[in-house]
Design a protein around this ligand. Structure first.
Ligand SMILES: [Fe+2]
Ligand SMILES: [Fe+2]
Length: 135
């Protein structure tokens, strides 16, 4: 499986949010490396749980940042985040079952990160419109 690439179009323009997205992608790619090299399942699960924690922390931080900057679509974001966390919770359970790591990662990439990163693009537009970070 190929690495997930955080394309420039996914950059939000907020330093902390972009750094946290990059961190999550780094952890996801580390999971992909473990999966590709057929390393043991415990190693994979440990790294995948680390990714899960990073996602949860990111969501808390991101919602706080969005609220602080007066982003009015934060409710939509909260819904996407809840869905993302739900999907992620299932994938963490899949780590303990016999689901292939490849399948877990495919779902993590498609249903979670792309869904969540795409939702953040509304906030990117908002920052652009409001001239963030200002003069
Ligand atoms: Fe985000
Ligand atoms: Fe988000």
């Amino acid at each position: 499986m190929k690495h997930f690439e955080l394309r420039d179009s996914f950059l939000i323009g907020h330093r902390q949010i972009d750094a946290e997205h990059a961190h999550m992608v780094k952890l996801l790619n580390a999971c992909i490396d473990i999966s590709n090299t057929n390393a043991n399942r415990a190693d994979f699960s440990t790294k995948f749980l680390e990714l899960g924690d990073a996602v949860r922390k990111h969501i808390i931080n991101e919602e706080a940042i969005m609220t602080e900057l007066g982003y009015l679509n934060v409710d939509t974001e909260i819904n996407v985040h809840e869905k993302g966390i739900q999907v992620f919770g299932e994938l963490v359970k899949d780590c303990r079952r016999n689901v292939s790591t490849e399948m877990i990662l495919k779902q993590a990439v498609c249903n979670l990160l792309e869904l969540m990163l795409k939702a953040d693009l509304g906030f990117k537009d908002y920052l652009h419109q409001t001239g963030y970070p200002g003069p």
